[in-house]
Design a protein around this ligand. Structure first.
Ligand code: ADP
Length: 482
């Protein structure tokens, strides 16, 4: 099949979160399975320097954006057979220190930036010589693509236009802008109504995708159900219920080539299920790296996250206040809202020797935390898929999660199935419930055999991307037959 993916971030070129991991892995594994894959993504600052193999593509963009015409170039990379990445080069929009903003504040021209990006995707989809059959867009930044395609197909003579698929990675981020921004789309007002792109009088880019894509997916089965309810629907549950017949949940996979405990360049030791001593060495090395006392027998808990309300880190702070009297250690790697960053820094100051906090983004350290910890804490208020709980399972680190979205789909609590248990779940989004789950973890830690049972189940879990990619191919096939 010939598929063009569009994502505002793609690992290993750009990343702020799970979207990048997913888009990068999906492209790679679809190509590996013998499909012809293109990926369109912005050329952000620093990519050309980091990827010298990039080549200028013979392609000129000149696209209307409201009253202006905006020009751009395209760069191309072929990282593996069957896979081509097209980077949209528009220096005024994309040569900036951040992807979406700086210091927690969005860039004021994100509508211009990503509507231009979406139009560039459509331009490539229409004129690339290999004529993609499916255009698969991700999140609000590419949400207008299905509508642009439909418009060009029905009113601007695009015969054999590809079918479209939208994946929602996080319904809370919608690209919602005041009504005047609809001008940037250069579309007639026919689409601006509550069944189309309009949301509370403004333009909603994600809603456009939901209304006009031929298929919709999201990143776990449970989240697919949750987002059709008022509690999780972020105002879009109505239109999602309306499109429920084309909505499916597909759990993300884990890229085993990147997230591996054997010969991982970010780790100092290799280990696997039959030789766990390397994991203990990773724990001691992590304690040393973060300035915590080396203590093999003290349970070490960790979290790697964007510091935002969604992730329940305020709940975690309160639960830690309650639990840190116990014999335990805690490490956090994250960045985000300044008040949460300082709250964690403050916690580390008050519990020196027990708590280590690193504010920032550090890919290598994230692998070492996954490997070195005994338990991984993820108390998200909602979680479309979540990746770190799956990385934890693969690394033999037991996840403690709130039973929501993909966390619920990927972790098994002993209360659900003692034989297959690989983690600890709690339900209520409260510090009390999390503290209780941490207490359970402390008890589990004392029972070597049971701990081993949980670890074994986790390390054996199969989150293969081959399987996930095959599920997407099934959706594409259905989409083509619609
Ligand atoms: P989200 O996309 O909502 O942030 P996910 O769990 O789906 O959450 O994906 C988060 C990804 O970003 C994971 O790969 C995680 O390891 C990574 N990540 C988040 N914060 C950091 C950080 N400070 N340093 C390194 N990696 C991080």
């Amino acid at each position: 099949m010939k598929i063009l993916l569009a994502s505002s971030e793609v690992h290993p070129y750009s990343k702020t979160g799970g979207l990048a991991d997913m888009a990068g892995a999906l492209a790679k594994f679809l190509a590996k399975a013998g499909n012809e894959i293109g990926v369109v993504t912005p050329l952000y600052q620093g990519i050309r320097e980091r990827v010298p193999e990039l080549k200028q593509f013979d392609w000129k963009l000149r696209l209307p954006l409201g009253w202006n015409w905006v020009e751009g170039a395209v760069w191309k990379l072929e990282p593996s057979s069957g896979l081509t990445v097209y980077f949209i080069d528009q220096p005024q929009f994309f040569q900036r220190p951040g992807l979406y903003g700086e210091k927690g504040i969005d860039y004021p021209d994100n509508a211009e930036r990503f509507i231009f990006f979406s139009k560039s995707v459509v331009n490539l989809a229409r004129y690339l010589d290999w004529s993609p059959e499916i255009v698969h867009v991700h999140d609000w930044q590419a949400g207008l693509v299905p509508l642009f395609m439909r418009h060009q197909k029905t009113r601007q003579g695009w015969g054999h236009a590809p079918r479209s698929c939208l994946t929602i990675h996080n319904l809370a981020y919608q690209g919602h802008f005041p009504r005047a921004y609809y001008d940037l789309a250069n579309l007639p007002w026919d689409y601006f109504h509550p069944g189309g792109v309009e949301f509370h009088g403004g333009l909603n880019c994600l809603k456009a995708g939901i209304a006009y894509a031929d298929s919709i997916t999201t990143v776990s089965m449970r989240y697919a159900r949750e987002i059709t309810t008022e509690a999780f629907g972020c105002g879009l549950d109505g239109i999602l219920r309306h499109r429920q017949d084309v909505l499916v949940g597909i759990l993300n996979g884990v890229d085993d080539e990147e997230w591996t405990t054997v010969s991982n360049p970010y780790l100092r030791n290799s280990y696997d299920l039959d030789a766990l001593s390397g994991k203990t060495k990773e724990k001691l090395a992590l304690q040393a790296e973060l300035g915590l006392p080396a203590a093999e027998k003290v349970p070490l808990f960790g979290t790697i996250t964007r510091l935002v309300a969604q992730k329940g880190v305020d709940i975690e702070l309160a639960a830690l206040e309650e639990m840190l009297a116990a014999d335990m250690q805690f490490v956090l790697l994250g960045s985000g809202e300044p008040s949460l960053e300082s709250a964690f820094r403050h916690l580390a100051q008050r519990y020196g020797g027990k708590v280590a906090v690193r504010i920032g983004y550090d890919q290598g350290l994230s692998h070492r935390i996954e490997a070195g910890c005994d338990f991984y804490v993820m108390p998200s208020r909602y979680e479309p898929c979540g990746l770190n709980q799956m990385y934890s399972l693969r690394y033999g680190t037991i996840p403690i999660v709130r039973a929501t979205g993909g966390l619920d789909d990927s972790v098994v609590d002993p209360g659900e199935n003692p034989d297959l248990a690989n983690g600890i779940k709690f339900i209520e989004p409260s510090a009390r419930a999390l503290a209780k789950a941490i207490r359970k973890a402390l008890v589990l830690y004392q029972d070597t055999q049971l701990l081993q049972h949980f670890r074994r189940n986790g390390m054996r879990s199969n989150f293969s991307w081959e399987r996930t990619a095959a599920e997407y191919l099934r959706v594409y096939t259905q989409t083509l037959s619609r």
